[in-house]
Design a protein around this ligand. Sequence first.
Ligand code: ADP
Ligand code: MG
Length: 348
Amino acid sequence: MSEITIGILGGGQLGSMLSVAARKLNIKTIIYCDDQNAPAQNFCDEFMHGSYDDKEKIYAFANKVQIITYEFENIPFEALNELNKLKTVLPRPSVNRLIQHRLAEKDFINKLNIRTTRYVHIENKDDLLPLEDFLPGILKTTTMGYDGKGQYPIKNISAINALNIDFNNGYILEKLVKLKKEISVIITRFNNNKYEVYEPIENTHEDQILIHSKIPAEINEKLFHQSKEWAISIAEELKYIGTLCVEFFIDRNDNLYVNEIAPRVHNSGHLTINAYNVSQFENHIRAVCSLEQIPLKKISNAEMINLIGNQIIPYREKPKLATNQFFFDYLKKDIKKKRKMGHLTTLK
Ligand code: ADP
Ligand code: MG
């Protein structure tokens, strides 16, 4: 039996899948989450409920584990930093702080000579008025956004006057890209120039929520290589340890843009559980626990659909699935509109 216990901050489906992957490697998991109903408690070895600023509880958590990681990027930086004084936190908290902030994140990417959408920092409504050139665009909060939360499409100048939002939050305005496709590249970095990259995944969103992913992505060879190279440069520059996802836009002229970086395992990589010899989750655990790096081998082409809200119901009634189909129920208590409840991967 291995001696390692890993602490995971955050208890959603990504925490669940990390726990399942850890168990396969004989590593124990303790999940700490501020949601009492966190679904990952069904999959980990031990669950602790508490807020991220409850120092006493969070120290008790740290004392039980050898290493700490996180399953979503919006964990307060202060909590990660405090924990890092007690136990190693990977990816490093400074990486998370950079990527948590859309403006800092985009500045960082541009410094690497990697293209992003055009963006400008917005501090109040008046800042928007001279920016017709950026319209149609999307106003995004600089922090705490996910699944399209904190985003406001702005079609034209008159839409600005109608905006009723709190500008204390800090925003960026991004020019809308005329999208042909969206892809993502998942990479697990173990050390300097030691990494495993998955092939680009093609993603479809509806209402800013991922609904479908597939490999291979239908893209040309140049985009295939460029997206992987950019993901490698980003991971190397961050001296990242663990699994990271880079989300890309491809416009109608086949230009590639980095949309955003997720410093964690990613929804588009759920298909790696069945389509590769080592999943993004197992690779994350391997990298942060300094285990062996195994060369990636693709087993099969695949597609994944997210089951959102009520879409989970027919699958919970245990239909007979084909042998190439794999259903995952996140065991979330309440079915809610727009809530990711599970997914179905089909090998092709
Ligand atoms: P989140 O942090 O919520 O994932 P994203 O910035 O990735 O936010 O936006 C979610 C989705 O919204 C994207 O995957 C894309 O489909 C759409 N979107 C966001 N920004 C733009 C943009 N500048 N141009 C075109 N589509 C966009
Ligand atoms: Mg996104």
